[in-house]
Design a protein around this ligand. Structure first.
Ligand SMILES: *Cc1c(COP(=O)(O)O)cnc(C)c1O
Length: 456
């Protein structure tokens, strides 16, 4: 029998005592759990004969691991994926400057639901409603937790216990749990599919209308395109059909934008007010896709409908908090009639030219040691990226990327080193090359990125 000795393992209380000298702000129960996990890891190593270290070495190693794990979990990362609206990285980004502005205004209590002019209870939507409606040319507007919530609330209010007609070509899934058929069912309505995957005619809709029909739903196929032998019914025609039969028409426009994406040369997409002009009763879209705001869903339409939505119990479940509303108010202020201010980071990054990105790339290379560039096999190359979050799937957006072909390091190791650095950098591997795309790297993160590369 092997002689296994666990005497080099520290006790939980000893580790705890040493950690408490350090300003570690975790709840003690959580800290104890982390310590137990680390001690157990060492115990297993010793058992397998893999750990011959001294008690001091083991203790230091445990302290190191705990300190690493007890840093904040949600933190800043550098987005080297090239995808500006990256759901995994928080979608629309905000600068510290914008966040500080909001922190100032929201310091302590705020008039979230308090009318300062008459001293009575107010409505949180009033902070953004008129501004939003004006931009969208709508009578009224409502903001909820996200677009999924906007769709669910609307269907529940309008079509509960009834049927919702949707074209089979528009039964969208937006990653994971947002699937039109499931959302309709959870909203208390029944889905009535019409047409086929590639072709749906107006007659398919009109044939499906019965007294049970409560809503005609038009869904923006945000994350895919149908090509070839296809036919879909234009929204305008669906609106006419709805009017003839006295059935409301709703649009889920997903990645809606306030500006003409064509003019910004981002994509061939109409702005939200043009969608509403086609006459649907309501339109929903995400606040944190092309709008560039906080995570939210926005519903626009007639005052009467918006009021009924707001009195639905689900609204209470799905409403936004003050920080989200504060961020959206700030985002709305970044819009002008045909343009936007630098405060709208998403649009700013989506419209940054390749030429400018090239200059930034050269700047980064200039900040690096020649040796680093050589060791990591770095070259600045042209790239193409997508907007992300299912927005504009067909559009290739011009960008530049730093490519890495390191001499003595495997790519997955390199990628892990970047992810686990002081400021994590998230790049991607494609065809045996590691890339950090510059499209979604904030302009003020250039030297941070250079430092991160140097530290590899
Ligand atoms: C993105 C999207 C959704 C979901 O929006 P969230 O804001 O992520 O909840 C719903 N429908 C469409 C068409 C979308 O593009």
């Amino acid at each position: 029998m092997k002689n296994i000795s666990y005497k080099n393992l520290p006790s939980v209380s000893k580790v705890l005592l040493l950690l408490n000298e350090d300003p570690s702000f975790l709840h003690e129960k959580y800290l104890k759990k982390l310590i137990n996990i680390e001690i157990e890891k060492k115990r297993v190593e010793i058992e397998k004969g893999l750990n011959k270290k001294s008690s001091t070495q083991i203790l230091n190693n445990i302290l190191f691991e705990i300190k690493k794990k007890s840093s904040h979990s949600l933190k800043k990362v550098i987005n080297g994926t090239g995808i500006v609206l990256h759901t995994g990285l928080g979608r629309a980004p905000f600068t510290g400057k914008t966040l500080k502005k909001i922190a100032d205004r929201l310091d302590g209590y705020v008039n979230l639901e308090f009318n300062l002019s008459n001293g009575k209870r107010g409505d949180r939507q009033e902070h953004i409603r008129e501004h939003l409606s004006s931009i969208c040319d709508s009578e009224s507007a409502l903001m909820v937790n996200n677009n999924a919530a906007a769709v669910m609330l609307s269907i529940n209010e309008i079509a509960n216990n009834g049927e919702v007609i949707v074209s089979r070509g528009q039964l969208v899934e937006i990653g994971g749990s947002f699937r039109i058929p499931d959302v309709i069912e959870k909203s208390g309505a029944r889905l009535k599919e019409v047409g086929t995957t590639n072709r749906t005619h107006l007659k398919d809709y009109s044939d499906a209308i019965t007294e049970k029909t409560k809503l005609l739903l038009f869904v923006h196929t945000s994350n895919y395109v149908l090509k070839g032998f296809i036919k879909s019914v234009p929204l305008e025609d669906l609106v006419v059909l709805g009017k003839e039969n006295n059935i409301p028409v709703m649009v889920d426009w997903g990645s809606g934008s306030f500006l003409d994406m064509n003019k910004l040369r981002i994509a061939n997409e109409e702005p939200i007010n043009q969608i509403l002009k086609k006459g649907p009763d309501l339109v929903t879209f995400s606040g944190d896709k092309l709008i560039g705001g906080s995570q939210s869903g926005i519903i626009i339409g007639k005052d009467k409908i918006i009021k009924s939505l707001q009195s639905n119990t689900l609204y209470r479940v799905l409403r936004c908090g003050k920080i989200t509303i504060g961020l959206m108010e700030e985002t709305l202020r970044s819009y002008k009639i045909n343009s936007f201010t630098d405060q709208n980071l998403s649009l700013k990054m989506l419209t940054t030219t390749r030429k400018r990105l090239k200059n930034r790339g050269l700047k980064i290379l200039g900040l690096l040691n020649k040796k680093t560039i050589k060791l990591l096999g770095m070259v600045l190359v042209e790239s193409n990226v997508q907007a992300g979050s299912g927005s504009l799937p067909e559009n290739k957006i011009e960008s530049m990327a730093l490519s890495f072909k390191p001499k003595n390091l495997k790519l997955d190791k390199l990628s892990k080193k970047f992810r686990e650095g002081n400021i994590p950098v998230i790049g991607y591997i494609s065809e045996k090359i590691y890339y950090i795309d510059l499209k979604a790297v904030l302009s003020h993160q250039i030297s941070l990125l250079a430092k991160a590369i140097e530290s590899i």
